[in-house]
Design a protein around this ligand. Structure first.
Ligand SMILES: C[S@@+](CC[C@H](N)C(=O)[O-])C[C@H]1O[C@@H](n2cnc3c(N)ncnc32)[C@H](O)[C@@H]1O
Length: 298
């Protein structure tokens, strides 16, 4: 898989927009979005990592390698390795990036301000919520301030879990643990009745060579952890044409709907996928994001 097709499929241009409290406006992004627009989008995506201290450098053609053959320290010592096209799918990449950044917060795609109405509508504040791939996001903290009682945050990069555990040690209802969301046997079936939140994590997984298997394993785990009626919420830059095929695979017994939020604000939603013959009316627009809501059937 080429660099371009890998990233286009997975993270895409909108990954350059880290945090926007109002649709289309980025208040916390380390890069000037006007600059990003004038560049090839994949370059912007990689530069984003470098600009925020993550070490992603320009260049292409590094040999494919797996997370089992590289330790995080090897990434630290050799930033050129970040040119591997599957870096976003490697725990070693994320762990090195978070250690290098020293706990500086970074919010992918959207922050709590712009997502709040949907989180409020589709997650249950009174019940346990699972947040997969927390990274250095602070959305869970804002959810806590807004009344969410219990949020378990997981990531397979130990650095961000250590940083956030220390930061929020005194915050009741927020817990952090290292876990690979493709396999979470420590959690019982149906144990997250409040729902599951994913912001950019499926996207990261889809950057890997084994994207089909990895995404299926992750989605099956999220599905397993939901009781009937609870929802998996996935925030991404990707429109229905490129995400529904992952969300609607056999074994995932849920109803799928989606919202679009873009520069012009939010389109009315949710759009139910069943019976929606107009999916082409939802192409990828600059700096628009999609929020998929997958609700487990009874
Ligand atoms: C694009 S970042 C998004 C971070 C955060 N959710 C946000 O919105 O700012 C993707 C995150 O997913 C994590 N991740 C990727 N694959 C994972 C897996 N299999 N298990 C757990 N975490 C994973 C990465 O370590 C990274 O922190």
């Amino acid at each position: 898989m080429s660099l371009v097709s890998s990233l286009r499929k997975a993270l895409g241009p909108a990954a350059g927009c880290s945090s926007s409290s109002a649709p289309g406006q980025c208040h916390a992004c380390p890069l000037d979005l006007r600059g990003i627009r004038s560049q090839p989008w994949w370059l912007s995506s990689w530069q984003l990592g470098a600009a925020s201290g993550g070490g992603a450098r320009g260049g292409r053609g590094a040999p494919a390698r797996s997370s089992t053959t590289l330790r995080a320290s090897e990434y630290d010592n050799n930033p050129a390795l970040y040119t591997a096209e599957d870096a976003f799918s490697l725990a070693s990449y994320w762990d090195a990036r978070y250690r290098r950044e020293g706990g500086v917060p970074f919010e992918w795609y959207r922050d709590y301000g712009s997502l709040e109405p949907l989180l409020d509508r589709h997650l249950d504040k009174q019940l346990a919520v699972l947040h997969v791939g927390v990274g250095t996001s602070r959305i869970q903290y804002h959810m806590h301030l807004d009344g969410f009682r219990s949020i378990v945050n997981v990531d397979y990069a130990p650095a961000c879990i250590q940083q956030l555990s220390a930061l929020h040690a005194d915050v009741p209802g927020l817990s952090y643990e290292v876990a690979d969301c493709r396999s979470m046997p420590q959690f019982a079936d149906g144990s997250f009745a409040g729902g599951v939140l994913d912001k950019g994590t499926l996207d990261a997984l889809l950057c890997g060579e084994s994207d089909e298997a990895d995404s299926l394993a992750m989605l099956r785990e999220c599905h397993r952890l939901l009781p009937p009626g609870a929802s998996y919420l996935m925030v991404t830059h990707s429109p229905p044409r490129s995400r529904l095929r992952y969300l609607q695979r056999p074994g995932l017994d849920w109803d799928v709907a989606f919202y679009e939020q873009g520069q012009q604000g939010a389109r009315e939603g949710p759009v139910r996928v069943e019976g929606c013959a107009e999916l082409d009316a939802y192409p990828k627009m600059s700096y628009s994001h999609f929020i998929y809501v997958c609700t487990r059937r009874a």
